[in-house]
Design a protein around this ligand. Sequence first.
Ligand SMILES: [Zn+2]
Length: 457
Amino acid sequence: MTSTLYLADTIATMNAHNEVLTAGAVLVTNKSIAAIGSAVSLKSQYPGATVVNLENSLLMPGLVNTHCHSGLLRGTAEGLPVWAWLQQYIDPMHRVIHADEAALASRLCYAEALLSGTTTIVDMWRHMRGSAEAALHQGIRAVLVPYVAEHPDHDYFETLDANEQLIKDWHQHQSDRISVWVGLEHMFYAVPAAMQRISALCQNYQVGFHTHSNESRFDVDKTIERYGARPVQVLEQLGLLAAPHTLLAHCVWLDDAEIQLLADHGVGVAHNPVSNMKLASGAAPIGAMLAKGIAVGLGTDGEKENNNLDVFEELKTASLLAKHSNADAAALDAWSICRMATIDGARALGMQETIGSLEVGKRADMIALNTHTPRMTPLITSGQYMNLQHNLVHAAQGGDVAMTMVDGRVLVRHGELLCDDLSKRIRAANRAIGPLLARRDAWIASAGTAVNELEKS
Ligand SMILES: [Zn+2]
């Protein structure tokens, strides 16, 4: 059995007490954390272990990105609020994208995630066999959620049949790093019978369910008009909060009764502050959700709504948005945000027993940040002026990540991705985008306009 002892100046464990170790060490045996403590004592206890000294580093759990979409539309879908944006730019792309382009998008997405410190990603995307292959080879922990629509107006998305087949083929089969859940773009993209089948699939395969909900005021108003109830209430009535695990993205416009429903059903929430600001969706009531004990994680959303996948930016933006929208400089404290990015993100996925903190028995999913930089200096790790948590939320950037490890395997070393030819992927993506946009333009021209499907139905 091979063991490696990683030494770091500072270790933010993100355990129940947010414990911080100085001159610490983590012993990794195979995929898991076998011991954690002071470097001096672990070196003497495990003299046979290979020692890796991560100088000038802060070791912490890998970040959990609870809501993302692979994609190639970065910077080409700008300046519209969410529903108009979907109809003008995004749904027409979904009509024309090919499987090889979708696979390439996942390669880039997971590479960007690993390079900026994300070790677990929830990806809602298309043609996800290519995504599964990308995760398998690049080494990221992935929750794959097909972009399902089961509605006559949206017959160009993934189907529940395809989702079921992906579960059979990939859910913890080829690698237990890879999970497959049941996905739904949005409840407006499914007929009632499909909703029932989603619920049955989740139960049959004991997998989670993920969708977008309560993102914009329009979304809520339209749901009330159609169903006579608010979105979370409708999801409950359809049995979709009773899946083995349910994760809802956004939850910007919630009333108190909906917050209570989320708490009662143990539903996880993916908070996407950059996306919510960029698409002018609003500010989610994070404080009220945390007060009810709801597991709230952070998400970047996709390359088209963000426009990068750096979760460290979400920490800072979550803090700024909460403080700005509540006119309260103390809103959403730094430790809560650090937890949202790690252990609470894991809890939002129902994976808190396996990942999210550096504790004995958990998987060795961890990252090392370079602290020998102006923006991380000074770094004070204890006492009255302790600033580690504030540096992580307001100063750190994804580019500070020097090492990323998943399941004990180093995937990024000295800031370089080890398990893929990134230059080749970047060149391929720059070649692919022209034809993809041309096919989208052709579809829009042939349809006369990017039709307003919501108004039509
Ligand atoms: Zn999304």
